[in-house]
Design a protein around this ligand. Sequence first.
Ligand code: HAM
Length: 416
Amino acid sequence: MERLPGFRDFYPEPLPDPNAWSADLRRHVFDAWRDSARRYGFREYDGPPLETLELYTAKSGAEIVGQLYNFTDKGGREVTLRPEMTPTLARMAGAHDRQYRKPLKWFTIPQLFRYERQQKGRLREHFQFNADIIGEKAAAADAELMALLIDSLRALGLTRADFMLRLSSRNAWQEFFNRRCADAAKAYDFYQAIDKLEREAPAVSESRLVALGFSLDEVRAFIAAGQPTEELQRILDDLAMRGLADFVKVDYGVIRGLAYYTGPVFEAFDCQGEFRAIAGGGRYDNLVQLVSNGKVDLPALGFGMGDVVLTELLKARGLSPKNVARLDAFVLIEDESLRPDSLKLLQTLRDAGLAADYPLVAAKSDKQFKRALEANATHTVRLERSAAGSMMARIKQLAARTEEVVSVTEVVRALQ
Ligand code: HAM
């Protein structure tokens, strides 16, 4: 049986083939995301993977709605696998906003589903680190999020030489649009045309823009001028105070594809331009109000960083750590009469918080040793009886190839 196209299996290392997805690398990425969120004071939340179709139809825009994994459930409800997290967050924040002091600083790592055309960096499921701040209008919140985005990439070993944030403004584009077009209903199509400028042939972009009353040249001139608005300047100043100004440049070539963005928006890219966006986000000050049917009005902003492009980038830059999973000890049982004592020792190691494994059934010693190596154990431990008849443990440090023999009660200390 084959798996569905655009979906992934994650294997433990060593991988069955170099193109397989690594569960160890995924854990490494998730750990870096979680730890960065913790350092920034973000709290973890989650929601259901299946949502009502309605949550996305009016709010996210036609493009993503066209990519939904939606169906009618057995109770006749119109439902869909979540393609993104932001509407769920807006729903959750709207439902219980009084219980929490504002601003909320929340993060999550959901698996998301989009029926997209498979291409480099785009699959039909992905994991996405989402960090959002709800209930804060000040530019400090935008800067705080961008700093978190920068630091979560740096936590994985990427540097300014590897990635860059491009900061733009929906407000600036909206003013540009309003100066030339009075039909607000066309704004979304216009944003979509700008969003696709770098990925589509110029002739296609030109015809999209002309249909909306714009020319490609005037759009390009606006991007080239690239002057930060006051709003963007405040964000840049804040990031400069943190010593992070270098990581960000104003670039109106970014606008974001989703419909709900309202203010500053940004995307992270690799500096060599090899990959699609690593992450994207921005302000969506009206979404909580929209999703709560007008009951709760809270400004909001956030970003999403997918695991697919990020993993490709880490591999390309040689930053996927080798041997992430590690055993502190593999307990060798070469003499089956020592199995009861070995099990007792094993339990002591595990109780002490050490990662320890052993042969479940009798096996040849070279097989046991190979298993210890494959499990990336730092030590092997083997019980043996001394000439005087007392039980001793022979601890071998595999990398250094050193050995010591200690009494059974000393094993935990010796391994620690
Ligand atoms: P998005 O730009 O649609 O934004 O997705 C954010 C990131 O998720 C992308 O930059 C990319 O890394 C990854 N991604 C998106 N689609 C796919 C796919 N089909 N395959 C692999 N990776 C993908 C959002 O989803 C917003 N809800 C983010 C946000 C949070 N805005 C405010 N808060």
